[in-house]
Design a protein around this ligand. Sequence first.
Ligand SMILES: [Fe+2]
Ligand SMILES: [Fe+2]
Length: 155
Amino acid sequence: MGRIEWTPALSIGLENIDEEHKKLIAICNKLAHNIKGPSNSQVITEEFKDLRAYTVYHFSNEEKYQKTIHYPEANAHAQEHARLRKSVKDFQQSLYKEGYIPQQTVINFLKDWLINHVLREDMKIGQFARSKMTTGTSQELRSQPKENVDPSIVS
Ligand SMILES: [Fe+2]
Ligand SMILES: [Fe+2]
């Protein structure tokens, strides 16, 4: 996988969520790069920890936002998040048990998540929010709740 670059095509039109996606891409690029290179598994283990912490944070923010706009596909979206969260956890466990993780497995997952989930599923949240904004403008739709603490600034 070459580096994934954030481009406007990945924008879902909601600034806070876009910013979190940019951060996720940065974490994934670092991980995909190191898993190819000679880094030892301790580095990869730490990067998976960062990925997992940021994933939990981001999904939770996204799910809270969906509640505020009464997004009709929130349950299906949450199930998809649960599947992605479980994959990250499974990777961590096999890395812990075997000290190794196949590069291609991780790269396929990162592609699936970053490209397919963001482009197909997250994009629909943005479209729905915009359709609500044009029919009945509400300030709460414009801002995403920020009750969680960004794990990348705490550690
Ligand atoms: Fe999502
Ligand atoms: Fe997302």
